[in-house]
Design a binder for this molecule. Structure first.
Ligand code: HEC
Length: 110
């Protein structure tokens, strides 16, 4: 029993870095997202990632996101705040997509 738990733990630890980050699937997630919430006094069901900030916001020169890790953290921040429901691997894919498209940090995965 103990060995089975240990083996399962080891498998989980090994699986992490093996998960491939997929910017194309990130693009789909990003494009398809429809968030339901109140926005500017209106109940909406069609809020996208560009309702609050358009792509120019990602490319502004004084942006706070200065590393790939910060980009991932911000995607996770909006995911959590807005109850988007993306899993960690989804967040990683979306970050990879946004990096490819807008941020262009050299390192695409930690
Ligand atoms: C309800 C409004 C709202 C929506 C919808 C929203 N965000 Fe945000 N997002 C913000 C705000 C506000 C900030 C700025 C936070 C800050 O500067 O601390 C932000 C910042 C970000 C940043 C960092 C931008 C930068 O370069 O400084 C990223 C990346 C991001 N959001 C991703 C997303 C993604 C992906 C989605 C779609 C799931 C999304 N956001 C949807 C409000 C929103």
């Amino acid at each position: 029993m103990k060995n089975a738990v240990l083996a399962a733990t080891a498998l989980m630890l090994m699986a992490g870095p093996l998960l491939a980050v997929d910017a194309d699937s990130g693009k789909e997630l990003y494009d398809d997202v429809q968030i339901e919430r109140d926005y500017q006094g209106e109940h909406r069901t069609d809020i996208s990632c560009e309702t609050c900030h358009d792509t120019a916001f990602y490319e502004r020169s004084d942006r706070k996101v200065t590393t790939y890790a910060k980009l991932e953290a911000q995607v996770e921040g909006c995911n959590t705040n807005l109850d988007v429901g993306w899993f960690p691997e989804d967040v990683a894919d979306v970050a990879a997509y946004m990096n490819r498209e807008y941020y262009k940090f050299a390192k695409s995965a930690e």
